[in-house]
Design a protein around this ligand. Structure first.
Ligand code: ZN
Length: 411
């Protein structure tokens, strides 16, 4: 899937705006680029990327592309790793975001008759306020809870007969467990859950869905690109539709920066086609996914990406094959008798890369057989022959972070 002429025309408009306003973020980057000459997909793919670090460098408003009179609001990404990022919005940006978000709800089968229980936080970040905007645009009833205070959440959920829950996966799980513990499941009227897309396991998904009695939807977005609401999966299938009339989405090899063929996993790169306040050209999200080329059975023509499988910073390359922690987890989940704990060692021996995959097995399984299965499933799925090493439950160190399960001893 490559950029089409309508999208290219919108990119040219954005480039002109950035150059005319002398936006500091893009002043040097676009110095040698003539927007009127940007006519082909190849030319587009040669435009420089924009990195999150560059947004930090121009803090607070060096990314702004219109005069102050046109800015109606800012949002900010959390500054857990130093300087936060500020994103200015024009009135039209806010309206566009509301339109996209309302479309997300509609694609998930949510209507004006629904009552939407919003638990993500309100304030500087884009979560709560985005869920609210889309809800009001759709015409549904917003129940603007924000996070925390479980007692109050559950009381309102029962009294107001909330039909849709918007939450992070971990908060949805917490509420699900609390509902089960209190035995109030029959007083809960939820039908659907809209969960901010991050990598979360199928087991957690099944649990939330069962305890709450809801269908779950993954909604995608990031503060730099409006916020949540730029894509969601439909009732028919798991991959997420995204709104290619507002954003152009590419999948690149995070190591080489080149576009990968449709269907292959890589890093999501987004160009905003209509954003006025702070347009972004080829913004590297560091989220990993893939284009799903097959048309969706729901009939919508909006293109699709798979669920987010992880972060490109966690990627490693072994024998020319890109590997992500999420893929290892997917393979192990598929094999009977294997538990979720694993560790990967990559070594360079006699001029060759060797990847050893340690994993824990349930009691009573024949380790040699499970190793053979893991090896063949891994080869089929990922395209790489690994050295499988089954160990007993409890033998591997426990770690919160996925990245610390992979040890690259080659360099
Ligand atoms: Zn669909």
């Amino acid at each position: 899937m490559r950029i089409n002429k309508f999208q290219l025309a919108l990119v040219r408009e954005r480039l002109r705006a950035l150059k005319n306003f002398q936006t500091p973020l893009y002043k040097d980057k676009l110095a040698d680029i003539d927007p009127d000459e940007l006519l082909t997909p190849e030319q587009f793919e040669s435009l420089p990327f924009t990195e999150k670090a560059e947004l930090r460098e121009v803090y607070p408003l060096g990314n702004q592309a219109v005069p102050d009179e046109q800015i109606v609001r800012i949002h900010s990404s959390s500054g857990t790793t130093g300087t936060p990022i500020i994103i200015p919005y024009t009135r039209k940006d806010v309206e566009d975001w509301a339109d996209m978000f309302a479309r997300c709800y509609a694609v998930a089968g949510i209507t004006a008759a629904d009552r939407i229980h919003i638990t993500p936080g309100y304030g500087l970040w884009t979560a709560g306020i985005g869920f609210q905007l889309g809800c009001e645009k759709l015409g549904a009833m917003a129940i603007p809870m924000g996070p925390g205070n479980t007692d109050k959440q559950l009381k309102m959920m029962m009294d107001m007969k909330s039909t849709v829950l918007c939450a992070t996966s971990s908060y949805a799980l917490l509420l699900a467990e609390e509902i089960e513990k209190r035995g109030i499941g029959d007083k809960i009227c939820l039908k659907k859950g809209v969960i901010g897309s991050e990598r979360w396991g199928d087991k957690m998904r099944a649990r939330i869905s069962r305890e709450l009695g809801v269908e779950l939807y993954d909604i995608y977005g990031l503060t730099e690109i409006y916020g949540p609401g730029i894509g969601i999966n439909c009732e028919k299938d798991e991959p997420m539709h995204y709104w290619d009339d507002y954003i152009y989405l590419e999948i690149i090899d995070p190591k080489t920066g080149k576009n990968v063929p449709d269907g292959e996993i890589g890093e999501i790169v987004i160009t905003t086609l209509r954003k006025e306040g702070a347009p972004l050209i080829r913004y590297r999200t560091h989220d990993l996914s893939r284009i799903v080329p097959e048309p969706c059975s729901c009939g919508l023509s909006y293109p699709r990406i798979d669920r987010i499988i992880g972060r490109s910073d966690d990627m490693i390359k072994v024998k020319g094959v890109n590997i992500y922690p999420g893929q290892v987890e997917d393979v192990l989940r598929e094999v009977e008798g294997v538990s979720s704990e694993y560790q990967v060692m990559i070594d360079h021996v006699n001029g060759k890369d060797i990847m050893t995959l340690f994993f824990e097995t349930d009691a009573g399984v024949v380790k040699k057989e499970v190793e053979k299965t893991v090896q063949s499933v891994f080869k089929a799925r990922v395209g790489l022959m690994v050295e499988p090493k089954a160990v007993s439950i409890g033998e591997l160190p426990r770690s919160e972070k996925k990245s610390t399960r992979i040890f690259d001893n080659r360099y």
